[in-house]
Each structure stands twice: as structure tokens, then as C-alpha cells.
Design a protein around this ligand. Structure first.
Ligand code: EPZ
Length: 443
């Protein structure tokens, strides 16, 4: 289905209610698919979301020689990497998805070389990869930056003591996937320990890698000679969980997310409780039940690496602050330009001031439906959530972002009572008389 003419139509909705379950995490499945390049044979992944990023990663693996079967009904992916015989990622693939940089570590481990087109930045920031590159060089990788490609080669990867200036998720993952084949002990100090990183570690260990954690945040890897294909059930997507909880919060509803882990969202859930919402968990924190308060209070927070407040829930949480009582100060400390959704929320009547990396939100009585544009995956969630409470109808374009991050999330929200649907207006043709008519496309 084309994205060009499609948009989300969102109307003011009743209190969401019901039970819902999560697909596997987008930020786990992409890196775990890349990690399969470390093995030669058939691996199977379960609870795989049918998002466009997953489809892009499938195209990338196929371009390297892998054979991939994706059962989108069963959400199961089978990846056979025995035929992988290339180490160059095409520019058109790199441009579509930054996460393609995550094949660099596995390709260096498998072929001692990787030619990767420079990943573009995106609207939330320049997204540099200096932490990846300077530490790969420490591991003995030669990097030729002369062309539009990064041509990298390592006669043999060297185990290293690596200290990350910042707990970068991607750098942690990329370096770890190279280290599993570097003979000796590699230590990654100040590593990212997001649940998605831990899911990758559990996959690497299933493959036969030797990976351990040391407090406070050090990953210790002992290189091994070979790694085996795996079967793995992906960690549920905590960001999908947060988005669904915020949709329930803004409509005053009550929902249960049957397969969410509370400890993946501890600070976020604390903030919901500070707003006055009721949050309870199943045994061992598995399963989250939510009951919205009818008079939500504003809360303030700053984003931070895990276990802090996740930057990926900053935009959707801001949408909910727009209708809370009081004043909220949100400080986005992870990405330098992740406040682009504010302009669109202001179109809907939100009262938000920006001071550097901080947004100051003064709660209002109501928001109004508007035509808004999504600028990144999580901004699309913020606008959809605001639309559920806004008076009238909101149309959101830029839904390629929505599709990149989620598998038909609008259908999940609709199953809970939300008035939200994806309109593929390419099915409509504009008659000269401007009458809309449905043209049945020859399929
Ligand atoms: C991952 O991006 C996620 N993407 C992001 O999710 C998430 O927001 C981010 O981690 C932080 O949690 C995937 O996992 C595919 P970082 P990543 O390296 O790895 C700077 C979403 O919406 N930095 O932890 O790119 C960087 O610019 C996406 O699902 C460097 O300066 O994030 C940023 O300011 C968005 N140099 C900060 O670190 C580097 O070499 C965090 O980036 C690398 C990063």
C-alpha cells in the first residue's frame, strides 16, 4: 500500500478499554536480525512485528545473500544465512534505515570486512556514529572514509577494553557483535543496558557466545570460534506498551497489556502514577493493568538512558501533559532535536514553550482536531494520541513513520474503542467535479 496518499484519521474517542498484547520490540528485532549474520544456517524469530523497518531489514539481509521467509500472519521469521556471501550494504538500503549500521559488527566478524554507505541523519538529530567507528578502530579495524562508503577491513579483530563516552545503544550492540569473534576478552564500559540490548545478549548467548554483565554497566565478551543459528521469542515492545497506556490515559480509559514487563518501564509508570493514574502489575511484574484518573495532574521529567525515562516515550507523554492540570517541564537530554512534534501539537491548541532542550507545557481544557504531519516514529504516536482526545477530527500525514515503528497499531487502538483508521486515499481518484469516487484498482 502506498504511503504517499495515505493518512491516519483520528476522532475524539470514548474511554479505551479491554485487553491487548504486544508484538516483539522494533529496537530488538532489527539488531537481532543483523546478529544472525554471525551464524550460518536457519534461525527463527517469533512475535515479529510486520513494520516497514522489519521489511527493510529483510531486504538488507537478502541483498547480502540470506534467504528470508516472513509469515506475517503468525509473525514468525525464518532467516537462512548459510548463503550470505556479500559484505557491502547498498546506498539505497542505508538511506531507508539508519539501523542498517548494525550489520557492520557482524560483517566484520564474519568476513573481516564491511562496506557500509554512511547512514543519513534524521529529523531528531545528526545521529553520528563516531562512538562506533573510533572503537572499531581500537579493535584493529581500518576505516577508509574517503568516498560515500565506509570501507572497513580488519585482518583480525582485537579484543579490547572499550570505554564509551556515552551509553550509546547502537555502539554497544555493534561493538559487542564484533567482539564475540575477537579472540580474548573485550570489556565495554558504560554500555547501554536497555531491555532490547539485553534481548540481543540473550540471543548471542543462545548462539554460543560468552557474554556477561558486571555492575554498574560493563559488558564482558570472551571471543569464540563459531556461533550457531537460534530460535528466539522476541522481548515485547515496551514502547508499544507505553503508547497504548498513554492512549488509555488521555481518553480516561482502563486497559490491560497482557505481556508487558513493568520493570522495562519503571520510571515511565512512576510518572503515570504521579499523574494520579492507577497502575498495577501481574505476578513478577508481567502484565500491566491501567486505570486512568479523571483529573490527571501534570508531571515533569527528563529523558535518559535506561533505566531512566525513555526518549522514545517523550513525545507521546508530552501529548498527555497537554491536557493535564498544571505545568510540566520536559527535558530531552538524549537527542538534540527531538521536539519537532511541538509545532504540530500547538496546531491542536496545546500551550507549549521551548527553552533549549526543555519544553514547558501548560495544561489546557481541550485540544482541537487539525491536519498534522508526523516527523518521526514517536512524534506520530504523540499526534495520534492527542487526536484521540481532541474535539473533532485530526488527520495525520507522514504515516511512513507510523508504519516504520509499528505493525497496524491503529488496529490495536481501534480494538480498544479508539476512533482511528488508516485511509489509503490512493484508492480514491479526484474527479474533475471534485466528487470523490472509489476507483477499483486492477489488483
Ligand atoms: C537507538 O538508537 C534506538 N534505535 C532509538 O530508537 C532510541 O531512541 C535510541 O537508541 C536511544 O534509546 C534502534 O535501536 C534501532 P544511541 P541509537 O546511539 O542506537 C549520540 C526509535 O524511535 N551518539 O543510544 O542510534 C546520538 O546522536 C529510535 O525507535 C553519538 O553521538 O541511539 C544520540 O544523541 C529513535 N555518537 C545519543 O548518542 C554515536 O556514535 C543516543 O544515541 C552514537 C550515538
Amino acid at each position: 500500500m502506498s504511503n504517499g496518499n495515505s493518512y491516519l484519521e483520528i476522532k475524539q474517542s470514548p474511554e479505551l478499554s479491554g485487553d491487548v498484547s504486544l508484538y516483539g520490540a522494533k529496537n530488538a528485532v532489527l539488531v537481532i536480525m543483523a546478529s544472525l549474520l554471525l551464524t550460518s544456517g536457519k534461525s527463527r524469530l517469533k512475535n515479529v512485528p510486520g513494520s516497514s523497518d522489519v521489511l527493510h531489514m529483510i531486504k538488507l539481509l537478502e541483498s547480502l545473500g540470506a534467504v528470508v521467509i516472513f509469515d506475517q500472519v503468525a509473525h514468525e521469521l525464518e532467516v537462512d544465512t548459510s548463503g550470505v556471501n556479500k559484505w557491502q550494504v547498498r546506498q539505497d538500503i542505508m538511506k531507508q534505515m539508519r539501523a542498517s549500521i548494525l550489520v557492520m559488527g557482524p560483517l566484520l566478524a564474519r568476513f573481516s570486512r564491511a562496506d557500509i554507505a554512511l547512514p543519513g541523519g534524521c529529523v531528531i538529530g545528526s545521529r553520528p556514529i563516531d562512538l562506533h567507528l573510533k572503537n572499531f578502530e581500537k579493535m584493529g579495524v581500518d576505516i577508509d572514509r574517503s568516498g560515500s562508503y565506509l570501507k572497513t577491513h580488519a585482518s583480525s579483530l582485537r579484543a579490547q577494553d572499550i570505554i564509551l563516552d556515552y551509553p550509546s545503544v547502537g555502539a554497544t550492540e555493534n561493538l559487542m557483535m564484533a567482539a564475540v569473534s575477537a579472540s580474548g576478552i573485550t570489556r565495554i564500559v558504560n554500555a547501554a543496558l536497555e531491555p532490547e540490548v539485553l534481548d540481543l545478549i540473550s540471543v548471542l548467548k543462545k548462539m554460543g557466545a560468552k557474554v556477561d554483565l558486571e555492575v554498574p554497566a560493563t559488558i564482558v565478551v570472551e571471543g569464540v570460534d563459531s556461533l550457531e543459528p537460534v530460535d528466539h521469542d522476541l522481548v515485547p515492545d515496551r514502547l508499544e506498551a507505553g503508547t497504548l497506556l498513554l492512549a488509555a490515559a488521555i481518553t480516561g480509559g482502563s486497559i490491560t497489556i497482557t505481556n508487558a514487563y513493568a520493570d522495562h518501564l519503571a520510571v515511565f509508570l512512576l510518572k503515570l502514577q504521579e499523574m494520579g493514574h492507577q497502575v498495577s502489575y501481574g505476578f513478577d511484574g508481567y502484565g500491566i493493568s491501567f486505570q486512568a484518573t479523571q483529573s490527571p495532574q501534570s508531571v515533569s521529567f527528563k529523558t535518559a538512558p535506561y533505566p531512566g525515562f525513555p526518549t522514545d516515550l517523550q513525545a507521546p507523554m508530552m501529548a498527555v501533559q497537554c491536557l493535564a492540570q498544571g505545568r510540566s517541564v520536559i527535558d530531552e537530554t538524549v537527542f538534540e532535536n527531538r521536539l519537532v512534534h511541538i509545532r504540530e501539537l500547538q496546531k491542536m491548541g496545546a500551550q507549549i514553550l521551548v527553552e533549549g532542550s526543555k519544553a514547558i507545557i501548560t495544561g489546557v481544557e481541550e485540544l482541537y482536531g487539525a491536519n498534522v504531519i508526523a516527523s518521526d516514529i514517536r512524534a506520530s504516536c504523540a499526534l495520534a494520541i492527542a487526536g484521540l482526545a481532541a474535539k473533532g477530527t485530526t488527520t495525520m500525514t507522514g504515516i511512513s513513520h507510523w508504519r516504520r515503528g509499528y505493525d497496524r497499531l491503529e488496529q490495536k487502538m481501534a480494538s480498544l474503542g479508539a476512533f482511528i483508521k488508516l485511509i489509503d486515499s490512493s484508492l480514491f481518484t479526484q474527479k474533475p467535479s471534485d466528487q470523490l469516487s472509489l476507483s477499483i484498482k486492477n489488483s
